[in-house]
Design a protein around this ligand. Structure first.
Ligand SMILES: [Fe+2]
Ligand SMILES: [Fe+2]
Length: 395
């Protein structure tokens, strides 16, 4: 399996992952043979990358850390929780910030949210979701196929998976892992209270518009803070996931200590970020970076990985960044890469497998030479390579 740019998709290629639309409907099932019209439709809907199965990527396996069944169930429940909550708001007709806050805090609104069957199902399924991830160590590849339309719910799942793998690596209790899961699933729920035109705006936001966008953290917190089934710590993930270690984040400019606090979750220091929110901040940032958004194209995964690494101390909790680097590979399996130095300079190929102890030095299957001519494929192992080979992702 490999990930390709939609512009390189050709009729006859076999789709390797199911693609979902904005209402979580299946657009194309995995195994489908692409036709010209499918490719045009996918482009029209804003899908910029897809996964295909072909001869060149034979035996390259991207293991999803969760089963299709659990992923689909969680995604569906998140999608429906968001849309049902949005429909309650429309009945109240809120517009200005104060009015939204008041509406969110009415007992009618809170009750409707709490009694939302999809939200209840989402909470019930947290256990199985966390259980499946307890068997996983690292993230081998990138997972969902995102478009502008399905971004919010696919992003919530992918960020939750990453955050949980970090939590597991840190030996956090299952109770805390569950708090991370529900908190990250719903971390951006505040967006439902914000004008969609603003969220999908492709031009640069004005300062005033950015202030509106920032409010998704306050709205999310207001909605979640007294829902018993969630717990206050999870609500703080919605509140704090854009805060940064140096105090330059939003909405409150909280700071971090660059240390991991494994203590009790009940205590909330008013000035400091809580560890589970710091975990969420990293997972949210990385996943947002590698996703195509209306206002910018996705960053290359290796570049996004690098931004997290250099963001340690000032933006992200240093100890948690160290943990992230052990879990998320710089070059995910299935990504197309180009060698940029040494003996195989300008050769290109696909990340074939990860090395367990050095996940950012994978095995790469080279398919094209420096003249972009197809070659007899062969693999090089960057962890055992004396040339200090460097590369860049190209898909
Ligand atoms: Fe956010
Ligand atoms: Fe987010």
């Amino acid at each position: 399996m490999r990930r390709i740019n939609i512009n390189n998709a050709l009729p006859g290629m076999e789709l390797a992952k199911t693609i979902y639309g904005s209402n979580f409907e299946v657009l194309l099932n995995k195994g489908v043979i692409l036709e010209h019209r499918y490719i045009t439709q996918l482009k029209g809907r804003g899908f910029l990358k897809i996964y295909i199965e072909d001869k060149e990527s034979e035996n390259i396996v991207i293991n999803d850390p969760i089963s299709d069944k659990i992923r689909i169930m969680a995604t569906k429940n998140i999608f429906n929780t968001y849309s049902m909550t949005k429909s309650i708001l429309e009945e109240i007709e809120a517009d200005a910030t104060d009015a939204v806050m008041r509406n969110i805090n009415t007992s009618k609104f809170k009750r409707s949210f709490h009694d939302n069957p999809y939200f209840r199902k989402l909470c019930e399924n947290i256990g199985p979701f966390v259980d499946e991830l307890l068997n996983q160590e690292v993230l081998s590849g990138l997972h969902s196929i995102k478009s502008f339309d399905n971004y919010l719910f696919e992003h919530s799942i992918d960020a939750a998976i990453m955050a949980l793998l970090m939590g597991k690596r840190l030996n956090l209790s299952v109770e805390k892992l569950k708090q991370i899961a529900i908190g990250v699933f719903l971390h951006d729920i505040g967006y439902i209270f914000i004008d969609e035109n603003l969220i999908n705006k492709s031009d640069k936001l004005t300062q005033l518009e950015f202030e509106q966008i920032k409010l998704h953290t306050n709205y999310g917190y207001e909605l979640l803070k007294d829902i018993e089934t969630i717990g206050a710590a999870s609500a703080h993930i919605a509140y704090q996931h854009h805060e940064r270690q140096d105090g330059n984040g939003y909405p409150r400019g909280l700071r971090g200590t660059n240390k991991i606090d494994k203590g009790d979750l009940i205590y909330m220091d008013e000035e400091k970020m809580i560890t589970i929110a710091e975990i969420a901040a990293i997972a949210d940032y990385y996943d947002a970076c590698i996703s195509d958004r209306p206002f910018r194209a996705a960053l290359r995964p290796d570049l996004a990985h690098e931004l997290v690494r250099v963001g340690a101390v000032s933006q992200f909790n240093k100890e948690l960044v160290d943990c992230f680097l052990q879990i998320v590979p710089k070059y995910p399996i299935g990504c197309e890469v180009m060698i940029i130095n040494g003996r195989y300079r300008d050769f290109s190929g696909i990340v074939a497998s990860l090395n367990r102890f050095e996940i950012s030095k994978p095995k790469v299957r080279l398919l094209y030479d420096n003249n972009k001519k197809k070659i007899m494929p062969f693999e090089i192992d960057l962890s055992a390579d004396s040339y200090n080979t460097e590369m860049e992702c190209i898909s």
